[in-house]
Ligand binder design. Structure first.
Ligand code: NAI
Ligand code: MG
Length: 498
């Protein structure tokens, strides 16, 4: 068996410890301040790259480039040409897919089995947005005014977009922001997360290779409080598309007030995953387990509040726990690994605090519950799949987003009571229902206040199906036709003809 230490020597052309610049106006440049920060592999601590550290001055330059590009020749590029560009970009991403998914694994830790499994999702998104590029149109709308007045609408690109993404899936997250930008004719300044900036930068190279004009896609790595905040507040930005925590989402909204820029927010969750005793239990066990353990729980829509019908509660929770115990934790580069490290020491601290808190609150860890430090795992931020039983709705581990591989298992009996409890968090992103009873499925699909309801599956995603939040999980939708609207303005035109 390969160990984490032998694998630490695996070389990657884009993560060989060298310096990576930021992309502004089609050029790779240093930070105005000359500052740099490090990006390290969370499985081993190995230095992958030093990266130009953007701040407000770099954001100013990038926004200016994006503004100039928006009003320049890019504004006259036809839908067909934007479609071709997206298809070319998709082909390049496909050609370099293994390199890109490995870069995600190195930079943020997710197992290669997961990152390489996102091929259909990533390429599907790019080709979906390519399709949308030639499908954007306004409407002819009959009005009831006297005389001859013709009225119609135009759909116009919203302008310069500030995109701010987290670290939990840089490849897919970057494509999810850049795709609609290119489809609609917007321009973008993208700020990757400080924990994992490399895949976004590599995608910037491929975008240029595809022929994306200078200034249309700018990528400025840096910290949230500096580069991120400057982008969110910038008066030259027409829209911010943000993915991350609800706390940062709130500061984005406050920062948007200066020029009333449009904002779309894809924030966190504490999603209920509900298992009825009539469910196909053999499917529900791995389904409910991986709804949380996938990506070490670092997924916004993870089904972390596991509601199980009382009469199967003990047995079901034990089975989910032993499924979790059987998962292989290790370096994400090992093809056998199912659970990689958490992204950073900060994330490790956050998750292990919740592990202690859960015990203090009276919950019982059926499996997991402590950081792993044996052998090569000592060099990384590893937390095993953890299942807490005896969880009450009012415990903090049942209310707050942990963003680690931690299930809070809660029993239920009565359906009306269950619905009320499932909805009683501040979030509303995902939800799951496991049942063979179609009436229960329909009833819950209506009653749950969340942007997605998955019945007898979890985390299904498709470029054509909208995704987003209710309540404090944010507003706006990504994927689907709604996503395009987030990047478009509607203009009404009236023409008096007689
Ligand atoms: P975060 O929301 O602070 O960071 C996400 C992105 O926002 C990063 O690019 C960051 O640099 C940027 N950012 C941070 N502060 C900013 C500001 N004031 N203005 C503009 N941009 C800013 O999330 P973080 O710190 O990485 O993780 C904290 C917690 O947030 C996690 O434990 C998890 O619970 C939650 N989270 C949820 C995510 C989701 O997809 N729902 C993704 C990442 C984190
Ligand atoms: Mg933060």
């Amino acid at each position: 068996m390969e160990t984490a230490s032998t694998m630490a020597s695996v070389r990657h052309a884009f993560a060989d410890g060298s310096f990576r610049r930021m992309l502004i106006d089609g050029k790779w440049v240093e930070a105005a301040s000359g500052k740099r920060f490090e990006s390290r592999n969370p499985a081993t601590g190995e230095l992958l790259a030093t990266v130009a550290e953007g701040d407000s001055e770099d954001i100013n330059r990038a926004v200016l480039a994006a503004r100039t590009a928006f009003h320049g020749p890019w504004s006259r590029v036809t839908p067909y040409e934007r479609q071709k560009l997206l298809l070319k970009f998709a082909d390049l991403v496909e050609r370099h897919f293994d390199e890109l998914s490995t870069l995600d694994t190195l930079d943020m830790g997710a197992p290669i089995s997961r990152t390489s499994g996102l091929r259909l999702r990533v390429l599907g998104m790019l080709r979906y947005y390519a399709g949308q590029a030639t499908s954007i149109h306004g409407e002819t709308i009959p009005n009831s005014l006297p005389g001859e007045i013709f009225s119609y609408t135009l759909k116009e690109p919203v302008g310069v977009v500030g995109a701010i993404i987290p670290w939990n899936g840089p490849l897919a997250a970057t494509v999810w922001k850049i795709g609609p930008v290119l489809a609609t004719g917007c321009t973008v300044v993208l700020k990757p997360a400080e924990e994992a900036p490399l895949t976004s930068l590599r995608l910037g190279e491929l975008a240029l290779e595809a022929g994306v004009p200078p200034g249309v896609v700018n990528i400025v790595p840096g910290y949230g409080e500096t580069a991120g905040a400057a982008l969110a507040a910038h008066s030259g930005v027409d829209k911010v598309a943000f993915t991350g925590s609800h706390v940062t989402g709130q500061s984005i909204v406050r920062a948007s007030a200066g020029n009333l820029k449009r904002v779309s927010l894809e924030l966190g969750g504490k999603s209920p995953d509900i298992v009825f005793s009539d469910a196909d239990i053999d499917a529900a066990v791995p389904g409910a387990a991986m709804a949380v353990f996938a990506n070490s729980g670092q997924i916004c829509s993870a089904g972390t509040r596991l509601f199980v019908e009382q009469r199967i509660y003990d047995e079901f929770v034990d089975r989910v726990a032993s499924f979790g115990t059987g998962l292989r934790v290790g370096n994400g580069l090992d093809p056998q690994t199912q659970i990689g490290p958490l992204v950073s020491e900060q994330q490790l601290d956050r998750v292990t605090k919740y592990l202690s808190l859960g015990r203090e609150e009276g919950a019982r860890a059926v499996t997991g519950g402590e950081r792993l430090t044996e052998g090569p795992l000592a060099n990384g931020y590893f937390v095993p799949p953890t299942v807490f039983a005896n969880v009450r709705d009012d415990m903090r581990i049942a209310q707050e987003e942990i963003f680690g591989p931690v299930i809070s298992a809660i029993p239920f009996t009565d359906m009306d009571d269950l619905i009320q409890r499932a909805n009683s968090t501040m979030f509303g992103l995902g939800s799951g229902v496991w049942t063979r009873d179609v009436s229960k499925a329909h009833r819950l699909a209506r009653a749950i206040r969340a942007g997605s309801v998955w019945v007898n599956c979890y985390q299904a995603m498709d470029p054509a199906v909208p995704f987003g939040g209710y309540k404090m999980s944010g507003y706006g939708r990504e994927s689907g036709l709604q996503h395009m609207e987030e990047y478009l303005n509607v203009k009404a035109v009236w023409i008096k003809t007689a």
